[in-house]
Write a protein that binds this ligand. Structure first.
Ligand code: ZN
Length: 376
């Protein structure tokens, strides 16, 4: 992999990732820099103990611009975008509307009463463009490109984890307008947080309880149990296994674990890295086929209703251990869709949004069967 670090006109960093070779990346950003005025802060919810990021400047970001105005396409035909080059493979740059930034609010450690604790939103938010092809999707990428994206995730995780304020690095992709994606161009994001996220904190606590009770690691026990049981398995390779979790929250939800427990993407060995692009692409392709034909449990309305025009919306979330305190955690992917039938979405309403208590309309074992049925 060849990495070229450059700067945009307003000082943000932009990194090109290319296959090994001698690509020269010397295109200049010709735009006039605009003042960013970014002052994110994080506030501690005194009732739940969760950090909330407050980033009011994000209200002005572009929302679903027409394809001709896409800021993630390469700069061509006199139109300057976020990416100065006329073409690219994989590119990563600092988000222009970040939830977390290098400076944050620059506020000194807190002097407010303890119930109103706020800190500077110091961290980093990056955008990862998977391809220069506006109309592609991750599932369409060849294996070599998926491997290059993996190289970029690994590189970014290692680099961002080393920043002094950063405690946790999160790579993810939101796909589909139904998920709230503001730009259609195939891309993902990386958040480098100055805190441990609520979900990761909960996972650490559960793993510690399991260790105290059994003397063993929770992720290892869980993976072994799913492989033994088999009913919720989706696919199994030499180094990776994917399954629908026993208590899945989402209609179609898959967790992908490496067989050897590692804390994060940079800790993967060569054989695990080599197999991951294949396995990941296969899972995304299966998600795209989920609603092409009726599933067993679909009722008449689901079968005969209008078919969606858009591909399956999904969230692909890479869970990595934080820099400290996550020794019991295992790197894994959580991939899920909010679509529960061809023409129906699952909304987070009263019980989920109001109580964090999910109701799932699809039996996890049936979801796993369906995900095996649509294998390539
Ligand atoms: Zn585009």
């Amino acid at each position: 992999m060849q990495k070229t670090v450059t700067k945009l006109a307003d000082g943000r960093e932009l990194v090109y990732y290319d296959p090994d070779g001698d690509v020269i990346r010397d295109a200049t950003d010709l735009r006039t820099p605009e003042p960013a005025g970014i002052r994110p802060e994080i506030r501690l919810d005194p009732v739940l103990g969760d950090w909330v990021t407050v980033a009011a400047h994000r209200q002005g970001r572009p929302y679903q611009p027409p394809a001709g105005d896409c800021p993630l396409c390469p700069s061509r035909d006199g139109r300057s975008t976020e990416i100065p080059a006329a073409d690219y493979n994989v590119v990563v740059f600092e988000n222009r509307f970040p939830s977390l930034s290098a400076e944050g609010t620059g506020r000194p450690p807190d002097s407010r009463p303890p119930l109103f604790r706020a800190e500077s939103g110091t961290g980093r938010c990056e955008v990862v463009c998977f391809t220069s092809d506006h109309d592609a999707s991750f599932a369409d990428l060849p294996e070599s490109r998926a491997a290059l994206v993996l190289d970029a995730w690994i590189d970014r995780t290692a680099e961002l984890s080393a920043l002094p304020a950063v405690r946790q690095v999160y790579c993810f992709e939101n796909r589909g307008a139904e998920i709230g994606v503001t730009l259609a161009h195939p891309h993902g994001q990386i958040y480098a947080y100055p805190f441990v996220t609520p979900r990761t904190g909960k996972m650490i606590a559960r793993a510690a309880e399991h260790r105290a009770r059994t003397g063993r690691n929770l992720a290892e026990d869980l993976l072994a149990a799913e492989r033994r049981d088999g009913r919720r398995l989706v696919l199994s390779g030499t180094h990776w296994t994917a399954f629908v979790p026993f208590a899945a929250r989402w209609p179609y939800e898959v967790h992908l674990y490496p067989h050897r427990r590692v804390p994060d993407l940079p800790a993967l060995g060569p054989a695990e890295r080599a197999e991951l692009p294949l396995v990941y692409l296969e899972l995304l392709r299966r998600f795209d086929r989920l609603f092409d034909t009726p599933a067993d449990g679909d009722d008449a309305e689901d079968r005969d209703g209008p078919k969606p025009f858009a591909p399956t919306p999904y969230i692909a979330a890479w869970h990595q251990a934080p820099r400290a305190g996550g020794e019991e955690l295992s790197l894994h992917l959580e991939l899920f869709t909010i679509r529960r039938a061809a023409n129906k979405l699952k909304f987070l309403a009263g019980v989920e949004s109001g109580q964090d208590a999910f109701v799932n309309d699809v039996l996890p074992e049936a979801a796993a069967r369906r995900l095996r049925d649509v294998a390539s």
